[in-house]
Ligand binder design. Structure first.
Ligand code: SF4
Length: 404
């Protein structure tokens, strides 16, 4: 059962930042309040942040988690062309690559030695629908589709290593959610934004059919029906408004209220890079990021809220003041292939900067502790791997380094 996650309880109208101190712990703010707070004046920001921190401390006192992972870019071919993406390639482009099973295992085993517990599969969406070269590659590897190949690689990781797969393969239908849930405890898809205008010509999702918000909401709902612990979130700075950010968070909240399966909401900021169509688009500033994180926390006080430290250097620890309780996946081995210009912080640095805020850093699995009971009906191999990887708290056992 996923019912151990408390749903949002009530929605008092709290439109003024200075009234937030009166908000009972664990209570969610209303849509109207969120719309006002996400545009609050600088003078009101400290009150907003204090309320968000207080909600986080009520939900998970004293602890910030992260997942030590290897990043496995199974293929960087993709049929979509998002305006902010540096990851994707066409087959003839330099750097186009589909990993072989040997490459997958080599990286996973190296990560195992460094104490990683998550194998994050991040890949382009259905490249074989657009590229005959990908169809040839899959034929050579012996698979009908990228998803068949992904399923086999998740199973390989489970069988041959102690890592737990967390696939991020783009849009999935009901059948593939079910199939991948047999070989992974959790999965993810960023909702990104509910603003369908981003699909218009020249916008961030022009020529990215898999980014249609309705399709992504449908997948997140399907994962909920199947009780799959699910990671999602929003991208800020891709052409949406502050109000769109609130609507996106509300859509996630609505699905979580209905199905209780959203294990984590990521608030991710756009970073400009010279090679992308959006090279000259403005990046969201720190104030926007803090407001978005704090409003996410207050809309969903009992949900894990994450923001990536590498995309928020040098001020990333300020995000702790806005109510996050997770740093997401950090790799001691592989780069962030999605944002290669933004190295992950050294884990020791992350620990020191987290502790300076009076919080303890703990390593978690790709699935959050409160969702482990929902995996009881999963196949024996997956359950066995989970049992070996967790401690009594559902986290990765401490190893004395202080970081785990
Ligand atoms: S962001 Fe994802 S879906 Fe969009 S182009 Fe890049 S890999 Fe493809």
């Amino acid at each position: 059962m996923i019912s151990s996650i408390n749903p949002v309880v009530a929605e008092p109208l709290t439109e003024c930042a200075d009234k937030l101190a009166e908000l009972p712990a664990g209570t969610a703010i209303s849509r109207q309040a969120a719309l006002r707070l996400i545009r609050c004046a600088d003078d009101d920001l400290p009150a907003l942040l204090a309320a968000a921190r207080s909600a986080r401390d009520h939900f998970k006192p004293g602890m910030i988690t992260y997942s030590r992972k290897v990043f496995l870019p199974l293929t960087n071919l993709c049929r979509d062309y998002c305006g902010y993406c540096t990851f994707r390639r066409d087959p003839a482009q330099a750097g186009a690559h589909t990993m072989t099973p040997d490459e997958v295992l080599t990286v996973a085993r190296a990560g195992e030695k460094l104490g990683c517990t998550e194998a994050l599969f991040s890949l382009g969406d259905k490249p074989e629908l657009l590229f005959p070269e990908m169809r040839d590659t899959l034929r050579r590897l012996g698979y009908k589709s990228t998803l068949h190949y992904l399923e086999a690689m998740c199973e390989l990781i489970l069988r041959e290593t102690t890592l737990l797969p967390h696939p991020n393969p783009g849009l999935l239908g009901a059948e593939w959610i079910e199939r991948l849930s047999v070989v992974s405890p959790s999965m993810g898809l960023m909702l990104e934004s509910t603003n369908a205008a981003l699909l218009a010509r020249g916008a961030a999702h022009d020529n990215a059919p898999d980014k249609a918000p309705a399709k992504r909401l449908h997948m997140i709902e399907e994962a909920g029906k199947q009780r799959v612990p699910f990671t999602t979130g929003l991208l800020i700075g891709i052409g949406e408004t502050a109000e769109d950010r609130v609507e996106t968070l509300l859509a996630i909240r609505d699905l979580h209220q209905r199905y209780g399966h959203v294990q984590e909401v990521i608030v991710q900021n756009f970073r400009a890079k010279p090679t992308i169509p959006m090279a000259n688009a403005p990046e969201p500033n720190e104030g926007e990021m803090l407001r978005a994180v704090a409003v996410a926390r207050l809309l969903m006080p009992n949900v894990n809220i994450q923001a990536p430290p590498n995309l928020n250097a040098p001020y990333y620890e300020d995000l702790l003041d806005a109510g996050i309780n997770d740093w997401g996946g950090i790799s001691p081995l592989t780069p962030d292939y999605i944002n290669p210009e933004s190295p992950w912080p050294h884990l020791e640095q992350l620990r020191v900067r987290t502790e300076k805020k009076g919080l303890q850093l703990r390593q978690r699995l790709p699935v959050y502790p409160e969702f482990l009971p929902s995996l009881e009906a999963r196949p024996a191999l997956l359950k066995q791997r989970l049992e070996c990887a967790r401690d009594v708290e559902g986290l990765v056992p401490r190893k004395g380094s202080g970081v785990a």
